[in-house]
Design a protein around this ligand. Structure first.
Ligand code: CP
Length: 326
């Protein structure tokens, strides 16, 4: 168990070693148990965390705010549009200045080929931990909650369990690729055989794919890629189908929309769920485009764990905040 994470940033999934992630999970389960029992766990009394959002959020904002309060501290929600960032405050200034006001800085900035760079620039100037609430490349806190949920549902020994990370059709907007990228990076360290399924135009970033392949080799697990959603679902223990944009192929909005519209059949419905194991779980980070990405029958059905998954955001984030900011 690695116990000294004080002062550390958490920006990319692999910033914490596998052992450090195991520590985070142990602390998360301890905090989950304490909350269930109504035991006080004010580990961050008098501490403050800036929550700087450049994009909307339901779960991330709610769970970070609630989590800081439960830890005895305070989270300050800051909508970037109400700041002077558009009038000239630089990433360096945010890091320097917020680093002097707060004990941690959490940021959501998902702009393609900018968000991760921005968060790292803030971190370089900050004297306090910087936490990534989702960027264009990673969504590390989502995946901590996902890993926690998979272990709760499938047990600690995940060897030879098959996890499908699949593209799914959605009409609402071209979503970031951070969730599937973080999933293939983190899950390949924890024993699962990961299958990534997507239409040809919805590739992930080449260096992220290479890191996932390297992890799979190092940890002795499978990592396969297919453009056949049905084949991917066959005998799966965990299915995680969600939409993402064709950003690696094109950043042109109209061209991207045309590509998305080609693949309306990539929906998770009861027929597809039957291809997976009978005790397979359905996961989604939410929000989902109901009726397009997934049918109501599946997302509201017995195999869906989406609410437990969303709850675990709270516990996983509290663990990282307590370990890095105390
Ligand atoms: N899953 C997730 O990050 O949800 P929000 O966008 O609502 O924060």
């Amino acid at each position: 168990m690695q116990t000294y994470l004080r002062g550390r940033d958490f920006i990319g999934d692999l910033d914490f070693s596998k052992e450090e992630i195991e520590t985070v999970l142990e602390v998360a389960w301890d905090l989950k148990r304490k909350r269930a029992l109504g035991e006080s766990h004010a580990l961050l009394r008098d501490k403050t965390l800036a929550l700087l959002f450049f994009f909307t959020s339901t779960r991330t904002r709610g769970s970070f705010e609630a989590g800081m309060a439960q830890l005895g501290g305070h989270a300050a929600f800051i909508d970037s549009e109400t700041t002077q960032i558009s009038h000239g405050d630089t990433a360096k200034e945010i890091g320097e200045i917020f680093g002097r006001y707060f004990d941690g800085i959490a940021i959501r900035q998902c702009d393609w080929q900018f968000g991760n760079q921005y968060i790292n620039e803030v971190a370089r100037a900050s004297r306090v931990p910087v936490l990534n609430m989702q960027c264009d490349i990673y969504h590390p806190f989502q995946i901590l909650a996902d890993l926690m949920t998979v272990i709760e549902k499938k047990g600690r020994d995940l060897r030879r369990k098959k996890m499908v990370v699949s593209w799914a059709y959605a009409a609402s907007y071209s979503k970031p690729i951070s969730v599937p990228q973080s999933l293939i990076l983190q899950m390949t360290r924890f024993g699962m055989d990961v299958v990534l399924a997507h239409p040809p135009e919805f590739k992930l970033m080449p260096d992220i794919m290479q890191q996932a392949r390297d992890n799979a080799k190092k940890f002795g697990v499978g990592f396969d890629v297919t453009d056949d959603m049905d084949a991917a679902f066959k005998d799966a223990d965990v299915v995680y189908p969600k939409s993402w944009g064709p950003l690696v192929t094109t950043t042109a909005a109209e061209e991207g929309k045309k590509l998305i519209e080609k693949y309306k059949v990539w929906i998770t419905d009861a027929r597809r769920m039957k291809l997976a194991k009978s005790d397979a779980i359905y996961m989604h980070c939410l929000p989902a485009d109901r009726g397009l990405e997934v049918t109501d029958e599946v997302i509201d059905g017995a195999q869906s764990v989406v609410y437990d998954e969303a709850e675990n955001r709270l516990h996983a984030q509290k663990a990282v905040m307590a370990l890095t900011m105390s």
